[in-house]
Design a protein around this ligand. Structure first.
Ligand SMILES: [Zn+2]
Length: 329
């Protein structure tokens, strides 16, 4: 995947936005929104490179050779400022908010005269990491635009932004690509890895998320997780011991997504009356139990996103699973 090219499912948005400057359609503020893992950030990277490129025209991608492209490749372009939450020096963790100081620096830079008379671009990623005063400062900048400055906000949760700020931005909505297109793309990116629909579904149909999982060793844990769930169901293994491995947020998110997928598969197998280990479990459990477990898995995913403690979520889910699988029809 080339960083300068849009992803295959972004072709229509690209055709609209790549020539926006020449066509006089480049407004001062843009809001790129849509679920995580589908390539919004990638698109903004390719688009800003295209806008800054000195030779690309029409729907062409940035050339990769001009002065601007070379500066971008060296991450030293004076006219592109990409703001992200900083990493806390003490804990090594990414902070939740973009600080007012970071934002002030960005706004000051956007208001300076640009180098080479080029466009100046500020990206706020993610925009929902701004606090209320940050959002106000951004709004003020948008209301008093300076010449050739451009502000791009990226957000998975646009509703978390102030309504006034949302309404001042040109909104571009990104959506997950069709399943077949995602699978084709994933197969090309992760050559040799087995790419299946259940993985993509567990990743919320977000192909970049699924690719990240494929490339991480977490995916190799899926087989073991399934064995553990079966051990709880078939032999009454200790649910709290199983849950104790989940302290880390990202890994718990993948585990929860996989457990949800597991429940959905069991519900399907119930109808198919298949006779392997999973099929037997599916026959043994009442459908309401499986439905209850899959909604509990979804609810846990939601609560994890709202900052609930991963291990407590994992424990209550596994205890519920242990209880339901003790029920005999
Ligand atoms: Zn170029």
């Amino acid at each position: 995947m080339s960083e300068r090219e849009p992803l295959p499912w972004q072709a229509a948005i690209w055709a609209q936005l790549a020539p926006a400057r020449e066509a006089g359609r480049l407004t001062h503020a843009w809001l790129m929104c849509g679920p995580g893992g589908i390539g919004k950030r990638h698109f903004v990277g390719a688009w800003t490179a295209r806008l800054l490129c000195e030779t690309a025209r029409g729907t062409e991608a940035a050339c990769g050779r001009c002065r601007s492209c070379i500066q971008l490749a060296a991450a030293s372009h004076p006219n592109l400022l990409w703001l992200k939450p900083e990493v806390d020096a003490k804990t090594g963790k990414t902070k939740r908010d973009i600080s007012v100081d970071q934002l002030r620096h960005l706004i000051d830079r956007l208001q300076l005269n640009s180098h080479y008379g080029q466009l100046k671009i500020g990206v706020i990623d993610p925009a929902d990491a701004l606090n209320a005063s940050g959002m106000n400062a951004v709004l003020k900048t948008i209301e008093e635009p300076t010449g050739d400055a451009l502000l791009i906000l990226i957000s998975e949760r646009p509703m978390a932004l102030a309504a006034t700020l949302r309404s001042r931005c040109q909104r571009v909505a990104f959506a997950p690509p069709p399943v077949d297109q995602s699978l084709e793309w994933l197969a090309a990116q992760a050559s040799g890895a087995s790419v299946d629909r259940s993985l993509l579904a567990a990743a919320g149909h977000a192909p970049l998320k699924a690719l990240e999982w494929l490339r991480s060793d977490q995916i190799s844990e899926r087989g073991r997780w399934r064995r553990e769930w079966l051990e709880i169901a078939d032999r009454g293994a200790d649910p709290v011991a199983t849950a104790s491995a989940f302290k880390e947020r990202e890994r718990t998110a993948l585990w929860l997504a996989d457990f949800y997928q597991f429940c959905v598969e069991l519900l399907k197998l119930r109808l198919l009356r298949s006779a392997d280990a999973l099929g037997n479990l599916a026959q043994r459990l009442p459908a309401p139990a499986l439905e209850a477990m899959s909604s509990e898995a979804l609810e846990s995913q939601r609560r994890l996103q709202q900052n609930a403690n991963p291990q407590q979520l994992a424990e209550s889910l596994m205890i519920a699973w242990w209880r339901w699988t003790r029920v005999r029809r």
